[in-house]
Write a new protein. Structure first.
Length: 431
């Protein structure tokens, strides 16, 4: 390993993994929603078929969400990224050549699986091992992902308007993905593998703090027994319900009610920009204030944003939708991640975050349900209001949530090093 300082190692890791999250976010959920109208028009598909592809994409992300924790533990991070690159290559090439719903669905499934192997699971896992102020680092990482959502529609515009074929979008994104994975491999080559043995501790942290952080040693199984973890899973699922719905059909809905395609796409980019800004702001706020409060505010914004989108006939209401959904999505995403760390510690984080993604697979049903309801009713208003009700239900649950307490048993009295070595130490062996 080249001899560079620990601080430079940390920033090299953060920048390269954040850039990959930017690229994968731009290449998948945000851009697919903009590509869908071109696919429907060219191949004369129904909106149910178009939405089902988005459903397969989200479902593949969720169902495969636990696999990276297994490959990281047994093969290491570099090989996990390689698996993701192979899946994404196959998926993007399939989508480029698609002419039937079957190949469209297959491409979406492959891309969804690849997303989990190069996205937030390996990204947030490695950040926990290189930064003491993890909320701030998470905020930067998720901000880059949010900015990728801004870039996604622009890549579609480049492919369709500038280059003349929307299919070239998949080739452009594949090139960007391959480059970003190569940069992550390079950053791993400069990394001290021993830093993945145990996350750093804040030596300057005082006992007085406005922010709750567990002092107990949680295991994966202990965390699964708490209602707090499942409340966090419900919040995460609700934000994905909203996110997949907005990315899938917001442009189609707005153009259907008389908004120009340019304005509708601009609103999606504005939503993604607010999403990105909320994460960097939220990352700073979460260092000093309870992320639970941030989560409650975010859930209210998600619900309000879906109502505004449903009746977005005026420009002001459209801007309200974009800002509310953007900030609500980003803050919910960030606060769920931080709450897992604060409530259960970094020991079982990899498994808990992977399980969180697996549980959130139910959100993949949103595009299919919305597409079906649109074909039946002729409007997206009813499905949008239905999806918007979900964050309100979760808001009520989160309001009564308190920090979990571990029931101490003698058999469970293991040291933090033991817990970390069980799930994390082998992740460093290939570095």
């Amino acid at each position: 390993m080249p001899n560079i300082s620990a601080q430079k190692q940390s920033w090299f890791i953060l920048l390269t993994f954040s850039w990959c999250f930017f690229v994968i976010s731009a290449s998948t959920f945000s851009s697919l929603g903009v590509v869908i109208p071109f696919m429907v028009s060219e191949m004369e598909w129904t909106w149910t078929t178009a939405g089902l592809g988005f459903t397969f994409l989200a479902m593949a992300c969720g169902i495969s969400g636990y696999l990276p924790s297994i490959t990281i533990k047994n093969w290491g991070i570099a090989k996990t990224l390689f698996v993701g690159l192979c899946l994404l290559t196959a998926g993007f090439l399939t989508l480029y050549a698609t002419i039937t719903p079957a190949t469209y669905f297959l491409g979406c499934i492959l891309v969804g699986m690849g997303y989990t192997f190069v996205g937030a699971i390996p990204g947030t896992y490695i950040i926990t091992h290189f930064f003491v102020k993890r909320s701030t680092a998470f905020g930067f990482y998720y901000t880059m992902g949010g900015l990728g959502g801004v870039a996604g529609p622009l890549i579609v515009w480049l492919a369709n308007d500038a280059l003349g074929n929307w299919r070239l979008h998949w080739i452009i994104t594949l090139t960007l993905i391959a480059t970003s994975v190569a940069l992550m491999w390079l950053s791993l080559a400069f990394t001290d593998a021993t830093r993945l043995k145990l996350p750093p501790k804040d030596e300057q942290k005082t006992t007085q703090s406005n922010v709750y952080e567990t002092r107990e040693t949680w295991t994966f199984r202990d965390a699964l027994r708490t209602p707090q973890y499942w409340a966090i899973c419900a919040a995460y699922t609700s934000v994905l319900l909203v996110g997949t719905t907005v990315n899938s059909f917001s442009v189609s809905h707005l153009t259907q009610i008389g908004v120009t395609f340019a304005v509708a796409s601009a609103m999606l980019s504005l939503e993604a920009f607010c999403n990105a800004m909320s994460r960097v702001i939220g990352g700073f706020i979460a260092e000093f204030f309870e992320p639970k409060t941030m989560l409650q505010a975010a859930l209210l914004m998600l619900a309000g944003g879906m109502v505004a989108l449903s009746f977005g006939h005026s420009l002001m209401v459209q801007i309200l939708y974009a800002v509310a959904i953007g900030f609500g999505f980003g803050l919910t995403f960030l606060s769920c991640t931080v709450l897992i760390l604060r409530y259960f510690g970094s020991g079982p984080y990899l498994q808990l975050f992977s399980t969180l993604n697996l549980f959130a697979t139910v959100a993949a049903s949103a595009p299919y349900i919305c597409g079906t309801m649109r074909d039946i009713s002729g409007s997206f208003v009813s499905p949008f209001l239905l999806v918007g009700a979900m964050p309100m239900v979760v808001f009520v649950v989160v309001t009564f949530m308190r920090p979990p307490r571990l029931v101490n048993d003698t058999a469970d009295a293991v040291t933090p090093a033991t817990v970390h070595n069980d799930t994390q130490l082998t992740a460093a062996k290939e570095l």
